[in-house]
Design a protein around this ligand. Structure first.
Ligand SMILES: [Zn+2]
Length: 69
């Protein structure tokens, strides 16, 4: 994750506390895990598809939930 992304997320987090509560960051402020909006489980970024519409480019549903329909 590059510096620009970190800053973007940081700025967005201040505006949206809910955003922070759905994400986990490491000591460097790098996004490590996201909670799935469907199964409500924290999963690493590799468990999500990319989605340009989302602020950090990560889908809000995990791959498993996305596949199940
Ligand atoms: Zn899920």
């Amino acid at each position: 994750m590059n510096e620009e992304d970190k800053k973007k997320i940081e700025a967005y987090s201040k505006k949206t506390p809910l955003y922070l509560s759905r994400r986990k960051f490491d000591d460097q402020g790098t996004l490590t895990e996201v909670i799935c909006s469907n199964c409500k489980v924290f999963k690493p970024l590799s468990e999500y598809y990319k989605n340009k519409v989302e602020i950090d480019g990560i889908d809000h549903k995990c791959k498993i939930c996305k596949t199940k329909k």
